[in-house]
Design a protein around this ligand. Structure first.
Ligand code: S3P
Length: 170
């Protein structure tokens, strides 16, 4: 399982689609799966149920997807903060797409479908999440100023060099 993590605007969905084509694996997006299952958009779910309920559901969905068939799976930007998700990702190849706060905001500013963008203290949240992404990542790829195609090539090159996850024990 190839999992993409990173802040909003890192390019997880775009790069995920490119990787799924190149690797011949299905593409999954945890936010889309949640929307399909609840029949409700993420922003509506936040408005009606609040962020803690979203995080619980998000973690359950991700753990289930990670345990399922091989795929390229893009996670929402806040998913790596849940302890069950962190534990569930131990069996996956987790690629952290790095983006600076400034570039992330240029990419997603004003998107009404991302409820976290209107949250006060967003830059502090970004700073807090950096160590979470580092904790779960098995590979890290920079994205600032780069085309998604170049980022996906970089991911593929790095994947070719690293051992499978989890490591094979003898
Ligand atoms: C969130 C990011 C969103 C989505 C939800 C919460 C976050 O996904 O999961 O709005 O907390 O950063 P993207 O990272 O794909 O925008």
């Amino acid at each position: 399982m190839i999992v993409l993590v990173g802040f909003m605007g890192a390019g997880k969905t775009t790069v995920g689609h490119l990787l799924s084509e190149r690797l011949g694996l299905p593409f999954l997006d945890s936010d889309l799966v949640i929307e399909q299952r609840t029949g409700c958009q993420i922003r509506q779910f936040f408005a009606e149920n609040g962020e803690p309920a979203f995080r619980e559901l998000e973690s359950r969905v991700i753990c289930e997807l990670v345990d399922g068939s091989e795929a390229v799976l893009a996670l929402g930007g806040g998913a790596a903060g849940h302890p069950d998700t962190i534990a569930g990702l131990k069996s996956a190849q987790v690629i952290y797409l790095q983006v600076s706060y400034e570039e992330a905001m240029l990419r997603v500013a004003g998107d009404p479908y991302r409820p976290m963008l209107s949250r006060p203290g967003l830059e502090d949240l970004y700073q807090h999440r950096l160590s979470l992404y580092d904790t779960v990542a098995t590979l890290t790829v920079a994205t600032d100023g780069r085309h998604p195609e170049a980022v996906s090539q970089d991911v593929l090159a790095q994947l070719a060099r690293v051992p499978a996850v989890p490591p094979v024990t003898t």
